[in-house]
Every structure is written in C-alpha cells, then in structure tokens.
Write a protein that binds this ligand. Structure first.
Ligand code: PLP
Length: 390
C-alpha cells in the first residue's frame, strides 16, 4: 500500500507538486525518479526481497506518483490506475451486489456508462440525481445506499455540489463520499479537506496536462478502504506502466503554474463570450452570473479553463467546432493546448438523449478546454469561428 510520506504534508502545494513522494535515487543520486521499466525484481533469497516482487503489485515509479498525488489531495493513501475509468471501476468494486449508489446526473458519459452498462448487470443499483441540491441526494438515500459519487464542477454543464454539506450528510448516514476532482484539480479544490473520504482523478487531464498519456488515480484517507483498494488494484490489474507514471509526475511539477494560466484564460474568455451576440449562454463557475457562483467562491480557489457555451443549434455548434484554428476538435481536456468539443455527440454520446436534454446538454452546446496559449490569440480564434457560424 502506498502511503503518503508524512513530512511531505509539511509543505505548501507548489512544493508538494515538485517534490512530494520523490527522493533522489538511492543507487545513483538521480534527482528525477527513474522509469523503473521492469516487470520483476531479483530476490536475494526465498521470501527475501526489497519490498518489490512483481510490478503489477508495486513499482517504484508508480509508488512515487501515488505518494505525490496523495500529498496533493491531503490523503493518506494513493493508487494509480491505467485510466480514469479504471480508477472509477476500482472504487465501484469496493461494493457488493445489492448495494446502492447515488451519482450526480451530469457526470462524465463514461462514468454513467460503466455504472449502467457494466455494474448494474452485476447487481449494483444506481440513482442519478441533480446534486446541486443536497435535498435531492438525501431523498435518494435508501437502506441499501453505500456510496455517493459526485463530480464538481460537472462535465460539461459546470454544475457544482456543496461538498461540505454532502460530506456531512454522508457521515450522518455512514456512506462513502467519492468526489471526481478531475476538473478542479487539488490546486483549486480539495474534497478531503471538506470531508470527502475518496477522490478520483482522470490524470489524463490537468494532472498530467500534456495530452501524452491516459491514467487515473484514487486517493483516500480511510485505512480500511485503502487496504481493499490495494487488493483490488493488484487482483484486477489495471495498473499504469512506469513511463506513464513518470510522465504524470513530470507534468504535476508544473500543475500550479499551469492551473494559474488556465484560470486566467478561462476567466477572460468566459467574460468575453458572455458579451458575444452569437453565444446564448456561458456556463463557467467563475462568472458572477453562474447560478452557484457563491458556492464556487467558497469551495474553490480558482475556476480553471473549462467553459461550456450554448449556441442554439447543432448547425451553429458544428460550424464553430469545425471553424476554430487554434482550438482543436478533439475529445479530452486539461492539456496545455486548447481543445473544443461537442459533448452531445462526443463525451456524452452514451448518455440517453432525454437525460442529456433534461439537464441542458443540448445539441447546441459546445465545450472549451482553454489551454495556456496567448489569451488574445484564443479570443481571435473564437471570434472568427463564431462570426462564420451564421
Ligand atoms: C470528469 C472525468 N472523470 C473521468 C474521466 C475518465 O477518465 P479516462 O478518460 O482517463 O478514463 C473523464 C474523461 O473524460 C472525465 O472527464
């Protein structure tokens, strides 16, 4: 089990991002954690080894990443996985057939899909609720409920959940609160400090930040859950390779400065878009017009670079996503380069249309992942694409 190094918790966030979980290599003094590209480790005698037996179970590069992420989230244990969905999969495997989970209705489409098309077939039960209101979660609790899973802000509607309030509710009913912190990152939001017991990441996104690997992570404060997660990680085997762990560690070193720029650009573009006549609505928690802006200011230290805009029709959405030159039309988010996407046909295609439309995820909705390029260039790019959209 990869435990956080307690001394790493004495440092501030940027220092943790650069150093936590990593120490100069004992064999050589290499300042960067090596890529331990090995499947196994030589044992000195029967049952005698240096703590590493087989790389599915443990790998030093992965250990460093797991400790680093645990330190960033203020958790005591970290687990890295081969993708964000593999992390969600491991968390759902903490449960047993018959258990009930309350999940935010506007989670990532793949999260909805693994719940309804994989785990429901194995006997788990799910209720999807609008978690903007804590009362909706409370009303969904049954005698078999074991877990609440929320994303905040959500993908792509930017709905927020009041984490402190939901954590109190979860504690009261003895439920595990799991928070997917992919959008905000621990740089801007730390669910564990607000009372959550488990945090999930798609490290593919801001955590790595360079769009060059796919990965996931689970961080927790609970020793019992950590023990079970370690068993699940080793038994089901969805571990990341050492090179992907190394890339992620390298990306994390600049997380605080990248997030600062994503946030500055996100605020500037959201303000500019909200004045644009071709844009019907802007969803961005940093805008005072966002319906949960006060909550955003309370529980987030920044708002990041994810913005969704309503353009009114599929034709206009198509024209804009195909008309940008710097914003690239692609799935994913959180990289240094700006991306543009159409959630209804891309990330959320697997969510039933009625459910999508009920929460405002229309065919006219476009999602922007604002990168760290010059803000003026990004505005010029959107201006020409919006002007040409009719
Ligand atoms: C909020 C969120 N959680 C989880 C995932 C799944 O992560 P991955 O694609 O790394 O499996 C995604 C992917 O887009 C996401 O946006």
């Amino acid at each position: 089990m990869t435990r956080v190094l307690p001394e790493d918790l004495d440092h501030g966030f940027a220092t943790r991002a650069v150093h936590a979980g990593q120490r100069p290599d004992e064999a050589t003094g290499a300042i960067m954690t090596p890529v331990y590209q090995t499947s196994t480790y030589v044992q000195t005698g029967l049952g005698e080894h240096k703590g590493f037996e087989y790389a599915r179970t443990r790998n030093p590069t992965r250990d460093a990443l797991e400790r680093n992420l645990a330190a960033l989230e203020g958790a005591s244990h970290g687990f890295a996985f081969a993708s964000g969905l593999a992390a969600t999969d491991a968390v759902l495997k903490l449960l047993q057939a018959g258990d009930h989970v309350i999940c935010g209705e506007n989670v990532y489409g793949g999260t909805h899909r693994i719940m309804t098309q994989v785990f429901e077939l194995m006997g788990l039960k799910f209720t999807f609720a609008d978690t903007r209101k804590v009362e909706n979660i409370e009303a969904a609790i049954t005698t078999t409920t074991r877990m609440i899973l929320v994303e905040t802000p959500t993908n792509p509607m930017m709905h927020l959940t009041d984490l402190a309030a939901v954590a109190a509710l979860a504690r009261h009913h003895d439920l595990v609160l799991v928070v997917d912190n992919t959008f905000a990152t621990p740089c801007f939001q730390r669910p564990i400090e607000l009372g959550a017991e488990v945090v999930i990441h798609s490290t593919t996104k801001y955590i790595n930040g360079h769009s060059d690997m796919v990965g996931g992570a689970v961080l927790t404060t609970r020793d019992d859950l950590a023990q079970r997660l370690q068993f699940i990680q080793n038994s089901t085997g969805a571990v990341p390779g050492p090179l992907d762990c190394w890339l992620t560690l390298r990306g994390i070193k600049t997380l605080p400065i990248r997030m600062r720029q994503h946030d500055a650009a996100g605020r500037a573009l959201a303000a500019w878009l909200s004045e644009h006549r071709a844009v019907r609505q802007v969803y961005y928690p940093g805008l005072p017009s966002h319906e949960q802006h006060d909550l955003a200011c309370r529980q987030m230290a920044g708002f990041g670079g994810m913005i969704s805009i309503e353009l009114g029709s599929l034709a206009r959405a198509r024209a804009v996503v195909q008309g940008t030159r710097i914003f690239a039309l692609a799935e994913s988010l959180g990289g240094v380069e700006s991306l543009i996407g159409h959630p209804a046909s891309m990330t959320h295609d697997s969510v039933p249309r009625e459910m999508r439309e009920a929460m405002g995820l229309t065919d006219g909705l476009v999602r922007l992942s604002v990168g760290i390029e010059d803000i003026e260039d990004l505005i010029d790019d959107l201006e020409q694409a919006l002007a040409a959209s009719g």
